[in-house]
Design a protein around this ligand. Structure first.
Ligand SMILES: Nc1ncnc2c1ncn2[C@@H]1O[C@H](COP(=O)(O)OP(=O)(O)OP(=O)(O)O)[C@@H](O)[C@H]1O
Length: 303
């Protein structure tokens, strides 16, 4: 079982600390989503894990060893940082074969990874003519060549159409089911909510949350309750009972501070008819915005 261990990882570029004392663990058998707004330091962290950038302080190890200490890194860790990094004039199979041969991997792996990523039919086509989704698959095929236990993907769904996103999502999950450790970055909570089991959230280089998807949902707040009633005085009764009430869409009331059961009892006590009483779960997107609101680089101002 191979984990990624990040301990006190710090990276400075000149006066800027872009990764700041970051510690987290990526466990096998699950997809860990690595989330943060643009510029949060996700790519820099991944590069340090992969030995492509040197930490200013701290360490990033895979199964207890640094990336650059692996004699055959591709058999330990597969990574996709930039799907554009493929020689456009080369056929997909030749691209993979060149990688396999130069890394001492068996040639049969080329056929195996082409099959696993559904690229068999286009194996003889030049990568330059591939759609972004196909290039992404080719990058993933390359990452899988050494059959590594650990996989790292930087924003793999960026720019993909819904079908491509679906494919990547299912593929990440299948890699985790194999028992591999999968670290995937994204700046979209909505995407990660459907893909990841565990979330590591950073903002301005610092750890904000290291949590299961379900726990984050609960931490996002107890949510609100949507109430509809023809009784114009009920809002006042809710406030008097300790709730916070604001006007929602189409004459509804958005109530926080009381559960739907408590609101129902209050209505019954006062003989008020309710036409709707719906608990609203805080979405992961809300939880994420709440967590990272102090760390986004540029905040839009609502008009
Ligand atoms: N080589 C470098 N030299 C100087 N600054 C850098 C370098 N690489 C990254 N940075 C800065 O470090 C910060 C973090 O960048 P990074 O790419 O790691 O963030 P990110 O979370 O991956 O963002 P995004 O989602 O936009 O890719 C940014 O402010 C970026 O400008």
């Amino acid at each position: 079982m191979t984990t990624i261990d990040v301990r006190g990882l710090t990276k400075r570029y000149g006066p800027d600390t872009v990764v700041d004392d970051l510690s987290f663990t990526v466990e096998p058998g699950q997809v860990t989503g690595f989330l943060g707004p643009n510029g949060a330091g996700k790519s820099t962290t991944m590069k340090m894990i992969l030995g492509l950038a040197a930490p200013t302080r701290g360490s990033a190890t895979i199964g207890g060893r640094r990336y650059r200490d692996f004699p055959a890194p591709l058999t330990e860790v597969g990574a996709l940082l930039d799907a554009g990094a493929v020689h456009g004039g080369r056929k997909a199979s030749d691209h993979l074969l060149a990688l396999a041969v130069s890394n001492g991997l068996p040639r049969r792996r080329v056929g195996e990874v082409l099959a696993r990523t559904g690229l068999e039919d286009v194996a003889g086509k030049r990568a330059g003519g591939f759609s972004l989704g196909m290039r992404q698959r080719l990058g993933i095929a390359a990452a899988l060549l050494g059959d590594p236990r650990v996989l790292i993907f930087d924003e793999p769904v960026n720019g993909l159409d819904p079908e491509g996103i679906r494919w990547i999502r299912d593929f990440m999950r299948s890699l985790a089911r194999d028992g591999r450790s999968v670290l995937v970055s994204s700046h979209l909570m909505s995407e990660m909510a459907q893909t990841a089991d565990h979330l590591v959230v950073i903002g301005r280089g610092r750890l904000i949350a290291d949590t299961g998807v379900g726990e984050l949902m609960r931490a996002g707040g107890e949510g609100t309750v949507l109430v509809r009633t023809p009784d114009p005085g009920f809002a006042h009764r809710l406030t008097a009972a300790g709730a916070t009430v604001r006007d929602g869409l189409e004459a509804s009331l958005v109530v926080s501070g009381l559960s739907s059961a408590e609101i129902g009892k209050l209505a019954a006590y006062h003989g008020v008819a309710l036409s709707e009483l719906t608990p609203q779960r805080a979405s992961l997107e809300d939880a994420f915005m709440e967590l990272t609101k102090d760390s986004v680089e540029y905040q839009g101002v609502a008009g």
